[in-house]
Design a protein around this ligand. Structure first.
Ligand code: HEM
Length: 524
């Protein structure tokens, strides 16, 4: 088949074994991807891992991404990702493709409509209030008269886990009150992601990548060549199994279900036959093993993504104290308007705070929890370009033929910073850009996304189905934290993001396993 990928300009090969892929994975804060996309444009040819596929395309061009995310696209999660998800979680939404995926998505989308998400507000707010009082107590105990330095990534993980287990599974886990009791589950994924996907060394990266790509797929082969990777996968699978058992046992104690409004209860309803069931309706139901598989899947997709986003938001509040002060003013004014501290905000209240949403979108735009995600095409495809490129053969091309099986990196980080879309100050933190009348970007400029034209929740057939509840949680946590605390940077501490499949924030120059976000917190 015709294939233009080899003619797309890109960087020199970095390594015989890992091409440019380890450089990409090991570069903090998505920096190298953004450097390449600035240097070479919206499509960049990378050298792949030896033996897996010679060339890889790094894409931030909006026209190419629109094609990639369109309904007729041949691109989907790579089979290597599908297989790893399947062995970790079972046949859940991110482990299946084609008709099975469509059916599962339909059911899961029904559990996360605007109406269902509205019903999840109470538990989310209860957890958020608990965070505020536990944090206040900790601060007063450690320094009654002033500020204290805390790892806010740890607190973000705890609040995200408490909130998720309530709205998704209908069971309380008490990560805020007793993190030591659930340490394993709290850290299942950050540990696994670091061991399995993180930066380590070129050789280890090579062994892992070729293992998951099925070059030597036997468990024994993986165990022998990369014991850390092997142990970590086995450990995560075991903890997930225990967690899922605990969820089901706790729900059984609570009269066989959660509160009725959580994702699991809603999924279970999809299984129950209705009297009016039309012919063919069963194709929109989930089997028991599929429902079970969603427990681990949702824990994976909805925990570290939210905690990283929140921790980076708080980091930005430390970096930009004037933004923090202005945001606090807006939330205080809204609180007075609705009747004071004791009246909880509604979803409309959160939505009607323009500065809150502008700051959240701006922080997410610059700090995506997933800076990259990987795809392969199931059949030959052609990607149009928003601006033509000159190939390494000297020919101008306004589209690129991509033969089946090509690995594509969706460059979310660079897409969120394109100057032709966001303006010359695309790299700057400037929430005001969202307040202008023309802030709504024309869809022709972006790949068609659910939340404010940023690509954080992706687009297309695997757009994050949890984006509404993710945003609602972030709005609630942010309001409580900004009202309750003054947040400052720790002098000399710079936070970077390491990419391990999901981003883990760390201290520049002194990265610890699992990450941390030290901030100076003061109760107001
Ligand atoms: C700020 C928080 C979040 C971010 C940035 C985020 C981002 C994403 C992205 C980029 C994907 C697509 C991954 C890919 O296909 O390569 C995704 C998928 C998914 N997300 Fe989220 N997510 C967030 C929160 C949540 C929450 C809270 C839930 C749970 C309710 C959730 C559930 C899912 C599920 C189930 C998928 C798989 C969808 C599929 O394969 O069709 N996410 N998310």
């Amino acid at each position: 088949a015709r294939d233009d990928v080899a003619f797309v300009p890109g960087p020199e090969n970095d390594s015989f074994l890992t091409g440019n892929m380890y450089t990409l994975a090991a570069s903090p804060s998505d920096r190298i991807a953004m450097t390449w996309s600035k240097q070479y444009g919206g499509v960049v040819r990378l050298h792949g891992v030896l033996g897996v596929k010679q060339h890889v395309l790094l894409i931030s061009d909006p026209a190419a991404l629109r094609r990639l995310f369109s309904s007729s696209s041949s691109f989907d999660l790579s089979s290597r990702n599908l297989a790893s998800f399947k062995s970790l979680f079972g046949p859940g939404i991110a482990a299946v493709e084609g008709a099975d995926h469509q059916r599962q998505r339909r059911v899961i989308a029904q559990a996360l409509t605007p109406i269902e998400v509205r019903g999840m507000l109470d538990p989310v707010q209860a957890v958020s209030k608990n965070l505020r009082s536990a944090l206040r107590k900790t601060l007063l105990e450690s320094n009654p008269n002033g500020p204290t330095q805390l790892d806010m990534l740890d607190w973000a993980r705890r609040v995200a886990l408490d909130s998720l287990t309530m709205f998704a599974f209908g069971v309380p886990i008490h990560a805020i009150d007793a993190p030591e009791k659930i340490h394993d589950i709290l850290h299942t994924f950050d540990a696994m992601l670091e061991d399995c996907l993180g930066k380590s060394s070129t050789l280890k990266y090579f062994l892992r990548e070729t293992a998951v790509a099925g070059i030597y797929p036997s468990l024994l082969g993986i165990a022998l060549t990369d014991p850390t990777f092997f142990r970590s996968m086995i450990g995560a699978t075991k903890r997930l199994g225990e967690f899922s058992k605990w969820v089901r046992a706790t729900r059984a104690e609570q009269d066989g279900s959660g509160n009725g409004n959580d994702i699991l209860s809603l999924l279970a309803k999809s299984k129950a036959p209705t009297e009016k069931a039309n012919k063919g309706e069963s194709k929109y139901k989930l089997a028991d093993d599929e429902i079970r598989a969603q427990i681990g899947m949702v824990l994976f997709a909805g925990h570290d993504t939210v905690s990283t986003t929140l921790a980076m938001f708080l980091t930005d509040m430390g970096r930009f104290p004037e933004v923090q002060a202005k945001l606090r003013e807006e939330i205080l004014a809204k609180q007075a308007e609705v009747g004071g501290e004791d009246v909880p905000f509604t979803q409309e209240d959160y939505e009607s705070m323009p500065y809150l949403n502008a700051v959240l979108k701006e922080s997410m735009r610059l700090n995506p929890a997933l800076g990259q995600t990987f795809r392969t095409n199931r059949s030959d495809d052609v990607l149009p370009l928003s601006e033509p490129i000159r190939g390494t053969d000297g020919k101008m091309r306004d589209q690129i033929a991509v033969s089946a099986g090509t690995v594509v990196v969706v460059d979310i980080a660079s897409s969120n910073r394109r100057k032709d879309v966001w303006g010359d100050d695309a790299d700057d933190f400037r929430p005001e850009r969202w307040l202008k009348e023309d802030a709504v970007l024309p869809l022709t400029k972006t790949p068609g996304v659910v939340y404010g034209s940023v690509l954080n929740f992706l687009a297309g057939n695997r757009t994050c189905p949890g984006w509404r509840i993710a945003v609602l949680q972030l709005q609630a946590f942010i309001c409580d934290l900004i009202l309750g605390f003054r947040i400052s940077q720790v002098p000399g501490v710079d936070i970077i993001r390491e990419f391990h499949g999901v981003t883990i924030p760390k201290v520049h120059g002194n990265p610890v396993r699992g990450g941390e976000v030290p901030l100076v917190m003061e109760a107001l």
